[in-house]
Every structure is written in structure tokens, then in C-alpha cells.
Design a protein around this ligand. Structure first.
Ligand code: DQA
Length: 142
């Protein structure tokens, strides 16, 4: 069974309650359920953490499994070189899609830079929860 990691960074555990005008009203469990429904043939390893340490550990597990990753790095997107290095490790081994619910480029200036995009296979941003579903669709295309 194909394994795909769906990893979420800080504050995404608050989805549904957190700034709903930006992030919508769906919570992370709703997103997980939608992803599982879309690809029942895939073993989804779903995780959220507020800890950089834990997120890096999961990326290393994906590396060891040679598994593709859907990653919403949340605020780590904009400054975590440690997370970038973990993502860079996957290059040439498995695919990593960076996803964002909002479109960071249409928001505050500090969100315009991603230290992750340069080592991601692709980036999907601004489609709300569908950003995750589109990423999964792409990874399960062939
Ligand atoms: C986010 C965008 C980031 O700038 C922000 O820090 C988040 C969520 C998004 O999904 O739109 O926490 O990654």
C-alpha cells in the first residue's frame, strides 16, 4: 500500500476556530476525513504538531519510508532552515508538496517568502482546504 505523509505545523490544530475569515471553519479532523475519503487506497500518515523537532522527526520517517509528503509548514514556512534541510533530504527520493490554505503572497510581507518552496516538488496555496485535496490528487495520479 502506498504511504503518504500529511504533515501540519504550528497552530493548525486550531483550524476551525482560528481566524475563520482566513482559514475557514473546517477543522483538521474534517480535512483528514476528506483526504481519507478521496484516496482510500493510500495509507495516509496524518500528523499535526506545534514542535519543529517533532515535524522534522516525521520528515525523517518519510525519508526512511521513501514516502511522498504533503506539508503545511504553517509559520515555519517563513523562517525554519532546519525544516528546509529536512525537506531537502527528500529530493530525488520522494515528492514533497508544500500546501497552504490561504495565499501567503496576498497577505503580510513576512509571509511572502517561503524557505521551503525551493526544495519542494510543487506548491499549492490559496484554495482553502482544497489545497490539500489537490496535492493528494496530484500525488495519486499515476
Ligand atoms: C498557512 C500560512 C502561513 O503563513 C501561516 O503561518 C499558517 C497557515 C496556511 O495554510 O495558509 O499558519 O500555512
Amino acid at each position: 500500500m502506498t504511504k503518504i505523509y500529511v504533515l501540519n505545523g504550528p497552530n493548525l490544530n486550531m483550524l476551525g476556530a482560528r481566524e475563520p475569515e482566513i482559514y475557514g471553519t473546517m477543522n483538521l479532523s474534517d480535512i483528514e476525513a476528506k483526504l481519507r475519503q478521496q484516496a482510500p487506497e493510500v495509507e495516509l500518515v496524518f500528523g499535526q504538531t506545534n514542535s519543529e523537532d517533532e515535524l522534522i522527526g516525521w520528515l525523517q520517517a518519510a525519508f526512511n519510508d521513501s514516502a511522498d509528503v504533503i506539508l503545511n509548514p504553517a509559520a515555519f514556512t517563513h523562517y525554519s532552515y532546519a525544516l528546509r534541510d529536512a525537506c531537502a533530504m527528500l529530493k530525488g527520493r520522494s515528492r514533497l508538496i508544500e500546501v497552504h490554505i490561504s495565499n501567503p503572497h496576498s497577505r503580510e510581507e513576512f509571509r511572502h517568502n517561503s524557505v521551503i518552496s525551493g526544495v519542494a516538488t510543487g506548491v499549492i496555496a490559496g484554495f482553502g482546504v482544497d489545497s490539500y485535496l489537490l496535492a493528494l490528487q496530484q500525488l495519486t495520479r499515476n
